[in-house]
Design a protein around this ligand. Structure first.
Ligand code: MN
Length: 247
């Protein structure tokens, strides 16, 4: 069978010239290693092109990036809010809702998990160090000498959850590049993985007939050495393979 097409959302420059759409290559490698073909979905796509592409996709991957506009969950921006793009928020929230509606498999990573939560009416902790606070450092980018594939904290996964089944483990060691986290859960979502400080690190839909999974860490950076990270991408691609594009 033909390899499934996996739509991959992109970052976009905010207030910088020239305007760019871009994505970390690790996502593209991880999708291809799992047998999928990544198709980039930049926010600059015209609405008609966007609609046509969405019909042809078999799966969706929401990637990491800047902060979701806190106005989307009814809050004023925190002093640390950065890289907000209304165009990217709009595209990814639409992608999320449409993926759920059309039963398109969705894997949401880091900002993606936060977008998934906000798209379903949830809210975010806008800055973990400010509130709720944590003894852990979830922003390892600030730590010198640690590569993006270095695990910095543990995550415990709910036994019996879809995520546990995919990972093949109830305990994973993960990297961490986020200063925000889920606060109030969106409708129909359940938390299924947590860091030792109780920060939510994994979610899925209560309706387990739909493949919708979010993780707060960055498995695309771990696929070189961590089978649980490869399992996440393999699960997305396998589910996408089973699904005809909505045409
Ligand atoms: Mn973390």
């Amino acid at each position: 069978m033909n390899p499934p097409l996996i739509g991959v959302s992109t970052s976009v420059t905010v207030d910088r010239y020239p305007e760019r759409a871009y994505v970390n290559a690790a996502y593209l490698g991880a999708v291809q290693q799992a047998g999928g073909i990544p198709v980039l979905l930049p926010p600059q796509l015209e609405p008609s092109a966007r609609a046509e592409l969405l019909k042809r996709l078999h799966g969706v991957l929401l990637t990491g990036g800047g902060d979701v506009d806190p106005a989307r969950f009814g809050e004023a921006p925190h002093s640390t809010t950065a890289d907000v793009s209304a165009a990217r928020d709009g595209l990814e929230i639409e992608l999320t809702r449409r993926a759920i509606e059309t039963r398109t498999p969705l894997l949401a990573i880091c900002r993606g998990l936060q977008v998934l939560n906000v798209a379903l009416g949830g809210s975010l902790h806008q800055d973990i160090p400010s509130a709720p606070g944590s003894p852990l450092d979830h922003s390892q980018a600030a730590l010198q000498g640690r590569s993006r594939s270095t695990a910095v904290h543990q995550v415990k996964v709910q036994d019996g959850s879809r995520l546990a089944g995919i990972l093949g483990s109830l305990e994973v060691e993960v990297n961490s590049f986020h200063h925000q986290a889920i606060h109030r859960l969106g409708r129909g979502l359940k938390d299924v993985a947590w860091a030792p400080d109780s920060i939510i690190e994994g979610v899925e839909l209560v309706d387990d007939s739909r493949f919708v999974v979010g993780v707060q860490w960055h498995p695309e950076e771990l696929v070189g050495h961590d089978p649980t990270a490869r399992n996440l991408f393999r699960a997305l691609v396998e589910r996408a393979r089973e699904r005809p594009a909505t045409g």
